[in-house]
Design a protein around this ligand. Structure first.
Ligand code: GLA
Length: 732
C-alpha cells in the first residue's frame, strides 16, 4: 500500500496489492480521475489519458481551450463551468451565484486515517491505511475544499469524503454536498440496488445503465428499506463467482442519493452522498462542513469477493468497542410471544425456559415503560411501569441474571406518543411545522433530535434506567419515517439543515450511551430493517434484519443483506408457527437452519412448543455455540440465489479453509425433476475433506459439486416445500 505524488506530472497514485486509484491535477486546476480498478504498474505520467479536442472547446480560460471537463473524468465535479453532468456539490455565495471552481493548492499524505467529527466512519491504525488529503480553493468564493482518500493495506477499498471550509467573511450556503464521485470511461455496466419495504427488505435488483440517470434515494429521514444505501456497479457478466464490480456503501443513516449517470460522450458518473433534496447547510465565516463517508470497493473476482471485502472491513475497521470481532449471545426476545401484554411473572417464566434450553441473553421488548399497554401511548416516558415491573428494571434484571442469563431491553428513544407525559410537557420538542397538521405514524411523532436539549433529556431518562439495573444489551428501535420536518430550534434559513442535524443527534445519543455503558451490545432496529446501514454499524454492531421472521422469506432477506453487510451483523431468529407475518408453517429445523447464518436467537415462548421440538431447540443451541465463530465470522459465499431458483444454498468457510458449513434449502418443491447439484466455493482444491462421513477433495466439491440427492435422507429434498439441511465439512 502506498500513495505516490508525482511532482512533475502533478498526479497521485494510490495503490495496494489489488487496486490502483490514479488522480491528476487537470489542466483546469481541478482534480481529474485517471483510473480506478485492478492494480496497474506506476508510471511517471498518465496524462495521455486526458483528452483534448483538436479544436477549441468550452473552456474556462484561453490556456486550456482544448480541454473541457465534460469530455474528461472528474474527482468532485463542480456546477457551472465546463462539466455539464450532475455536480457533486453546489456552493451558493452571498451574491446568489452557484458557480464554483476549486483548484489544487496543496496536499498531505499521512499514515492512518482521521475521524470525521460527529459522524460514523471506518478507522485505521497507521499500518492499516494511508490517507491523501487534497486541498483545493476557490479564491472568488473564499472557500477551501478538502478531498480525503484513504486506501487500506488489506482491502481493495478507497474511503472518501469531503470537507468544506468557509474561509471568507460572508455566509455561504452549501445546497449540495455529496461524498464522492467516480467517473468511469465507459458505460457497459449495470447497477445492483437493494430495494424493498417493511418485511421484504434488501431485494437485489439489476438495472441497465445507459445514457441518462439511474438512481436510488431516501427522503424518509432514515436510510430506509425502500433503497438500502449500498449499490454495486458491475459488468453485465459479473456474478457471485467472477467478474468486475465496484461497491458503494454509504456510512450514513439518513436521506441519501446514489446515482449512475451516463453522458453522451461515453463517460459514466457515479455519485453518492446526502440527498440534496431539502439539504442546505449554512456555512458562516470560519465554519466547516464534513460529508459522511462512502466506502468504495473494487473486485475483479465476482460479488462474493466484493461482499467479503465489506464483511472484513466492517468487522475490523468500522465496528468498535467491546463487541468488535466477538461472537454474539444467543438471545430470546419476548415480542412475538407476548407483545405488550406481560407481567414480571410471565416474563420470568419465558426466561426460565430459555435458560433451560441454553439461551444466553433474555431481551424484554416494547411495553415496559410509562402507560405503554398498546402503541397509542407511552413513548417518551422512559420510566418503568410498576404494574408490570414492580421492582423496576433493576429488579427484573437481577432476577434474570440470577437464573444465569444476561439481560437487555427495548427502547425507541427518537419517538414520542402524543399521549405521553413528555409530549404534554414539551409539545415543542417534536419535528412539526407550527400551525400545520402533523402526520402520525404508528400513533407517534418524531422528537426533534436536531436540538441538543432533547437528546440530552432522553439520555438522562435512559441513563437512570440503565444505570440502576444490570444491562448487557439494548435494542434501539425507530418505527416511523420523518415528515413535516421543521425545527423550532433553527431559524428560517437553517431549516435545510434539520434532516442532517437530526441524524447527528441520533449519533450523539448513541455516542453518549456507548461512552457511559461501553459493555452494552446495541442492536439497531427500524421496524425491522429500515435503517440497516453502515452508519448504524459503527454504533450498533448488529441490526434487526427484518420484522418478517418467516424462514423462507428470511432466505431472501438474509441473502440480500449479505451483499453489503457482515453475517454477524444480521439479526436472525427462530419464531413461532404459523408465522405471524406470512402464516407459513416451517419445521423448527428449517427455521434454525436459516437463523444460524446470523446472530441467532428465538423470538417465541419456548414453553409453547412440544417436548420434541424443545429437545431440537436444545440441540440447535448446542450446534450454534459450537460453530458460531465460523458461522458469524467465516468467509460467506452465496451459492445459489433464492431470487432465481426454488432451491438456495450458502456457506461459510474458515480463514484457514479447514472447516466449512453449508446450508441447503428447498423453498418450493418440484415434482418429477432431478435434484441436480450445487458447487461449493472457497475450499482448498488439494485438501481432502470429510462431509457426512464421506471423503472428497476440495476441487471435487467446488467443480463437480454436491449431488443434492445425497441429502435426501437427512432432511433436504427438492420434493418437499421448506425442507433444508445444514452440514459441517472438515479437512482431514
Ligand atoms: C418494531 C420492531 C419489533 C418490535 C416492535 C415493538 O416493529 O421491529 O421487533 O420491537 O417494534 O413495538
Amino acid at each position: 500500500m502506498n500513495i505516490i505524488w508525482k511532482k512533475t506530472s502533478r498526479q497521485f497514485h494510490l495503490y495496494n496489492d489489488r487496486i490502483s486509484y490514479i488522480i491528476a491535477v487537470a489542466p483546469s486546476g481541478e482534480l481529474s480521475n485517471i483510473y480506478f480498478g485492478k492494480r496497474i504498474h506506476d508510471r511517471e505520467d498518465f496524462s495521455y489519458v486526458i483528452f483534448r479536442m483538436g479544436m477549441p472547446n468550452i473552456a474556462v480560460d484561453a490556456d486550456t481551450e482544448t480541454y473541457s471537463m465534460e469530455l474528461n473524468r472528474q474527482e468532485y465535479p463542480s456546477f457551472g463551468t465546463t462539466d455539464f453532468g450532475t455536480s457533486a456539490f453546489e456552493v451558493e455565495t452571498s451574491n446568489g451565484s452557484c458557480v464554483s471552481s476549486f483548484v489544487y493548492k496543496s496536499h498531505s499524505i499521512f499514515s492512518g486515517k482521521r475521524a470525521i467529527p460527529g459522524l460514523p466512519a471506518t478507522y485505521a491504525s497507521d499500518s492499516e491505511a494511508k490517507t491523501l488529503e487534497v486541498e483545493l480553493v476557490d479564491e472568488q468564493a473564499q472557500m477551501t475544499l478538502l478531498l480525503s482518500y484513504t486506501i487500506f493495506e488489506k482491502y481493495p477499498v478507497i474511503a472518501r469524503h469531503a470537507r468544506f471550509i468557509n474561509a471568507g467573511n460572508a455566509d455561504v450556503k452549501l445546497t449540495k454536498a455529496l461524498s464522492c464521485c467516480i467517473d468511469l470511461p465507459d458505460q457497459d455496466y449495470e447497477m445492483v440496488q437493494f430495494t424493498g419495504a417493511w418485511a421484504r427488505e434488501r431485494v437485489p435488483e439489476i438495472r441497465k445503465i445507459t445514457r441518462g440517470t439511474v438512481s436510488i434515494e431516501s427522503k424518509r429521514g432514515i436510510s430506509s428499506a425502500d433503497f438500502n444505501p449500498f449499490m454495486i456497479i458491475k459488468r453485465p457478466g459479473t456474478d457471485d463467482f467472477a467478474g468486475d464490480a465496484y461497491g458503494f456503501s454509504f456510512v450514513y443513516s439518513g436521506n441519501f442519493l446514489g446515482m449512475a449517470q451516463g453522458n453522451t460522450y461515453g463517460r459514466l458518473r457515479i455519485l453518492m452522498g446526502i440527498n440534496p433534496e431539502r439539504f442546505t447547510w449554512l456555512l458562516r465565516a470560519g465554519d466547516t462542513f464534513e460529508t459522511p463517508e462512502v466506502v468504495i470497493a473494487h473486485t475483479d473476482r465476482g460479488l462474493n469477493d466484493l461482499s467479503q471485502t465489506y464483511h472484513r472491513l466492517y468487522n475490523n475497521n468500522l465496528v468498535r468497542g467491546r463487541w468488535k470481532n466477538q461472537t454474539r449471545p444467543i438471545l430470546n426476545n419476548n415480542w412475538e410471544a407476548t407483545f405488550m401484554d406481560f407481567t414480571e411473572e410471565s416474563i420470568l417464566k419465558i426466561a426460565a425456559k430459555a435458560k433451560e434450553a441454553g439461551v444466553e441473553l433474555f431481551v424484554l421488548d416494547d411495553g415496559w415503560f410509562g402507560e405503554r399497554n398498546d402503541d397509542f401511548a407511552g413513548l417518551g416516558d422512559w420510566v418503568e411501569n410498576p404494574r408490570k415491573l414492580p421492582q423496576g428494571m433493576a429488579g427484573l434484571s437481577r432476577k434474570i441474571e440470577a437464573m444465569g442469563l444476561k439481560f437487555g431491553f427495548w427502547i425507541e428513544p427518537e419517538m414520542v406518543n402524543p399521549n405521553s407525559n413528555l409530549y404534554r410537557r414539551h409539545p415543542e420538542w417534536v419535528l412539526a411545522v407550527p400551525g400545520r397538521k402533523s402526520s402520525l405514524g404508528r400513533h407517534q411523532l418524531v422528537l426533534d433530535f436536531s436540538r441538543e436539549e432533547v437528546v440530552d433529556y432522553i439520555f438522562g431518562m435512559l441513563y437512570k434506567v440503565i444505570n440502576g439495573a444490570s444491562i448487557s444489551y439494548i435494542k434501539w428501535d425507530m418505527n416511523r419515517p420523518l415528515t413535516e420536518v421543521f425545527s423550532t430550534g433553527c431559524s428560517a434559513n437553517e431549516q435545510g439543515m434539520v434532516y442532517h442535524k437530526y441524524i447527528l443527534g441520533v449519533y450523539r445519543l448513541y455516542s453518549k450511551l456507548i461512552e457511559a455503558f461501553p459493555d452494552i451490545l446495541f442492536e439497531s432496529c427500524s421496524s425491522g430493517g429500515n435503517r440497516f446501514d453502515a452508519g448504524m454499524l459503527y454504533y450498533a454492531p448488529q441490526a434487526w434484519c427484518s420484522d418478517n421472521t418467516d424462514a423462507i422469506d428470511r432466505l431472501r432477506i438474509q441473502y440480500g443483506s449479505s451483499y453489503g453487510y457482515p453475517i454477524v451483523s444480521i439479526g436472525s431468529h427462530v419464531s413461532a408457527v404459523p408465522n405471524q407475518q406470512t402464516g407459513r408453517r416451517v419445521s423448527i429445523a428449517t427455521r434454525a437452519n436459516v437463523a444460524y447464518f446470523g446472530t441467532f436467537g428465538y423470538e417465541l415462548d419456548l414453553n409453547e412448543i412440544s417436548p420434541g421440538e424443545f429437545e431440537e431447540v436444545k440441540a440447535q443451541i448446542e450446534f450454534m455455540k459450537q460453530h458460531r465463530q465460523l458461522l458469524q465470522y467465516g468467509d460467506f459465499y452465496r451459492l445459489r440465489s433464492p431470487f432465481e431458483t426454488d432451491q438456495t444454498a450458502w456457506m461459510v468457510v474458515s480463514e484457514d479453509k479447514k472447516k466449512a458449513i453449508v446450508g441447503f434449502y428447498c423453498m418450493k418443491s418440484n415434482v418429477n425433476t432431478l435434484p441436480g447439484s450445487i458447487r461449493l466455493a472457497g475450499l482448498d482444491g488439494d485438501t481432502l475433506y470429510r462431509m457426512e462421513g464421506v471423503e472428497y477433495y476440495g476441487d471435487e466439491l467446488m467443480n463437480m459439486g454436491i449431488t443434492l440427492s445425497q441429502f435426501y435422507k437427512k432432511g433436504f429434498t427438492i420434493s418437499e416445500d421448506y425442507s433444508s439441511f445444514v452440514t459441517v465439512i472438515d479437512a482431514i
